[in-house]
Design a protein around this ligand. Structure first.
Ligand code: NDP
Ligand code: 2IT
Length: 452
């Protein structure tokens, strides 16, 4: 049986043939397969049972029409999806994304990564992802509500507290989850933990809102500590200005680092003095309430500059945290960060760094936290929201914060277990470590089920 590069090539040839025109999905699988195939060489039982091949094939893919009426009375048509990827270790679990770029390639890459991420958390969650090619920008709240209600009017038949539990992602925050939960409850007459990221009044969990960004910084802190280094005193470049980016910047600031950039699809802002709590609160209000653009920051806070159409990786920094979207940090940008002295990268977004960029960081000895591990704090606290809903209780803020911190430390430990023996030699390779640790648990469960 083929092994090493030949096995990888054969596997990818088959995957690309079965999934034509899905470059993001190919990219995500390639990154995982490159690190899993050496592990399969040492654990042939998983190869014999075709576990990797089965993990790369969704349990099912649902696509549906979403019709809604805009404020002018025009009928609009979008396409909704839910990818139910793998439920070997728990109900399907993963976010919903509303963005014009959403298609099956993007959602399959996200659902595939979610399998490994959710396994890494140590909680009983399978993997899914969904969303629609709906563009929330410029829409009124009533339009958002009608879209969410129409979307849920189809989605409800595919989900449930023990079946599939969606949450937020790009373009889906507390407002959208509220509208969707309200519609689910209305259609099914069932009050259950079917979505996470809910409002605190109706079953939401404390710290879920902050969890992804905070968790990505905790993971960074764990990696730096293991390398004999620290977050404190370091300049950090952060991309994005949504849920993940603003909370990553907030935790960096709290731990004594100096985050100096944020961005959106229009460009990035650079504030060399660093963000304060007052500045971050202003940005959260801009994004979540006034629904404005990050460029407006520079009219409010002197000493800052806006760089239209650019990404923040040209600003010299020791820490980089891509927290916006996939493929927002390419090989040239990775080289620029390395040249400017970056020592650590922690991915808040999913697959923000191209595979070539990841290789460049690892080759240069940069401490690199891949998304599956680094941004798992969000879904981990979603898992804790599910537990609280099942038990019909709410845990306090201190308990939630401590559980998030502990889970990120445990994920770091799981990555170390395999990341010292596999991947790049002479370092802890968190990419290999996260992939193999995530794979091993799901693979063992699938083995127990036989051929299904
Ligand atoms: P938000 O919708 O809150 O914010 C998204 C941010 O990214 C915005 O600043 C947006 O700018 C920017 N962005 C989105 N698409 C693009 C693009 N194509 N080019 C440039 N900028 C873009 O989303 P989140 O903060 O929740 O998500 C950010 C990332 O984190 C995503 O990769 C998501 O999958 C990942 N993630 C999120 C989790 C969560 O709990 N929310 C959990 C784990 C990962 P603009 O307004 O201009 O579009
Ligand atoms: O990518 C992710 O992990 C998320 N968008 C969060 C998923 C969740 O179910 O909380």
């Amino acid at each position: 049986m083929a092994s090493g590069n030949e096995a990888l090539q054969n596997f990818m040839d088959g995957l690309e043939k079965r999934n034509p025109g899905e470059p993001e999905f190919h990219q995500a699988v390639m990154e995982v397969a490159a690190t899993i195939i050496p592990f399969l060489d040492n654990n042939p039982k998983y190869r014999e049972m075709q576990i990797l091949e089965r993990m790369a094939e969704p349990d099912r893919v649902v696509s549906f029409r979403v019709c809604w009426e805009d404020d002018q009375g025009n009928i609009r048509v979008n396409r909704g999806h839910r990818i139910q990827m793998n439920n070997a270790i728990g109900p399907y679990k993963g976010g919903l994304r509303f963005h014009p770029s959403v298609n099956t390639s993007v959602l399959k890459f996200l659902a595939f990564e979610q399998t490994f991420k959710n396994s890494l958390t140590g909680l009983p969650m399978g993997a899914g992802k969904g969303g629609a090619n709906f563009n929330p920008k410029g829409k009124s709240s009533n339009e958002i509500m009608r879209f969410c209600q129409s979307f849920m009017t189809e989605l409800y038949r595919h989900i449930g507290a023990n079946v599939d539990v969606p949450a937020g992602d790009i373009g889906v925050g507390a407002r959208e989850i509220g509208y969707m939960f309200g519609q689910f409850k209305r259609i099914t007459n069932s009050f259950e933990g079917v979505l996470t990221g809910k409002g605190l009044e109706f079953g939401g969990s404390l710290v879920r809102n902050e969890a992804t960004g905070y968790g990505a910084v905790y993971f960074l802190q764990n990696m730096l500590k293991a390398a004999g280094n620290d977050v404190s005193g370091k300049v950090a470049v952060v991309s994005g200005s949504g849920n993940v980016a603003t909370h990553a910047a907030e935790k960096l600031m709290q731990l004594g680092a100096r985050p100096v950039t944020l961005s959106d699809s229009g460009g990035y802002i650079h504030d060399p003095a660093g963000f304060t709590q007052e500045k971050l609160d202003w940005i959260k209000d801009l994004k979540n309430v006034r629904r404005g653009r990050i460029s407006e920051y520079c009219d409010e806070f002197s000493g800052s500059t806006f760089h239209e159409g650019k990404r923040p990786w040209e600003v010299p920094a020791e820490i980089a945290m891509p927290c916006a979207t996939q493929n927002e940090l390419n090989l040239d940008e990775a080289k620029m960060l390395i040249k400017n002295g970056v020592v650590a990268v922690s991915e808040g977004a999913n697959m923000p760094t191209s595979n070539e960029g990841v290789d460049a960081f690892l080759d240069a000895g940069v401490v690199f936290g891949p998304a599956k591990a680094a941004n798992a704090g969000g879904v981990a606290v979603s898992g804790l929201e599910m537990s609280q809903n099942s038990a019909r209780i709410s845990w306090g803020v201190d308990q939630m914060q401590e559980q998030l911190r502990q889970i990120m430390e445990d994920i770091h430990g799981r990555c170390e277990t395999y990341g010292k023996d596999y991947g790049r030699e002479g370092m802890t390779d968190y990419v290999a470590g996260a992939n193999i640790a995530g794979f091993a648990k799901v693979a063992s469960a699938m083995m127990a089920f036989g051929v299904v």
